[in-house]
Design a protein. Structure first.
Length: 352
């Protein structure tokens, strides 16, 4: 071996070693590349369902607590869901369960059907007519009042009660609102009227008293105005006067009210009662009763509003309209009835 051959051998070994390293490097890179390609192919071939399941949040507690449903419902597609949720009152809607309050408290009973109310009114009204035919006025009145409660404002029932009112009140027929009184020494009509807050005229008419004489030991039936109260409601739009007794219907009268809304609205009371009134026109001498220019009729009930009151008329055709100068007009026979039954202090409410 020559000296020059030693470097040649070293150089050859170095080149061979370098080639081996490069080969190993290429092999390593090839393995890594193959591994990367394999992972890429594996990732690209994964199903969308696998990807969504790996990213989906944990199911809500309510879903895990719900009972298992049939498989077809679990796999239903999103397209099968309605675009709008069920109505709140739908039995199938899980979003609208019955509230605890509605379960604990049942709904109130519905009001009677119109047909039921009509049947009740008809039955009670028929009973009222039968009782009147048998002479039981008070029982007939109670039955008719029951009929009117079932059918308020019925003109036939109101007419029946209006016709019954005075024959029952202004007579010795019994009523819960009347009391029996035995005349004592020293009694007279004015005293009894003041004691029971009822007009002398009603005592006399109800007990068929002629003049002012009452006899000791005689039994009278007296309306007790301390315990039972009349009231009037005047309607300007209806042009009528409603009389109530203890808040219940007693009688209704047609009336006339003021033209151009001259009749005032409000609650007033009767302060004076006059038979055969003179007409005191402002700034003029009084026009006596019976004079052709006296328009007040047979009776006058003054209100606590100067110049206003209820009165009769000599012009019956004016009743039912807005024809007066502000007072409330009634037929003479009707104002006489009110004069007979109403004590001073009776409230009169005037409405539109």
């Amino acid at each position: 071996m020559t000296p020059n051959s030693i470097p040649d051998i070293y150089l050859m070994k170095r080149q061979k070693s370098r080639a081996g390293c490069m080969t190993a490097l290429f092999v390593t890179l090839a393995v890594l590349a193959l591994a990367g390609i394999f992972l890429l192919i594996r990732w690209a071939g994964a199903s969308p369902a696998d990807a969504s399941e790996s990213e989906a949040p944990a199911p809500a507690p309510l879903a895990t607590e719900a009972p298992a449903a049939p498989a077809p419902e679990l796999t239903a597609s999103a397209e099968s869901v309605p675009a709008t949720p069920p109505a709140p009152d739908s039995p199938a809607s899980p979003a609208s369960p019955a509230s605890p309050a509605s379960i604990a408290t049942p709904p109130p009973a519905p009001p009677p059907l119109p047909s039921e109310a009509a049947a009740q009114a008809d039955e009670a009204f028929a009973a009222a007519r039968q009782r009147l035919d048998s002479g039981d006025y008070q029982s007939a009145r109670e039955a008719a009042l029951s009929a009117l409660e079932a059918r308020p404002g019925d003109p036939a029932i109101e007419g029946f009660l209006s016709d019954l009112a005075m024959p029952l009140l202004a007579s010795q027929r019994p009523m819960p609102e009347k009391t029996e009184y035995v005349v004592q020494s020293g009694d007279y009509l004015g005293k009894l009227a003041a004691t029971y807050n009822t007009p002398v005229a009603l005592i006399a008419k109800a007990n068929n008293i002629q003049g002012a004489i009452i006899r000791i030991g005689e039994t009278l039936r007296l309306f007790d105005g301390n315990q039972h109260v009349f009231a009037l409601t005047v309607s300007k739009s209806r042009n009528d006067v409603l009389v109530t007794l203890d808040g219940r219907f007693f009688k209704r009268y047609r009336a006339a009210t003021g033209r151009n809304s001259k009749t005032p609205v409000g609650t007033f009371k009767i302060t004076d009662k006059i038979v055969h009134p003179a007409w005191h026109k402002p700034g003029a001498p009084a026009i006596p009763y019976g004079h052709p220019d006296n328009l007040l009729g047979t009776h006058w009930l003054a209100l606590d509003l100067p110049g206003y009151g209820l009165h009769g008329t000599w012009e019956p055709d004016s009743i039912g309209g807005q024809t007066s100068d502000g007072c409330i007009r009634l037929l003479n026979e009707h104002i006489e009835e009110l004069y007979t039954i109403l004590p001073k202090g009776t409230l009169v409410t005037i409405t539109e």
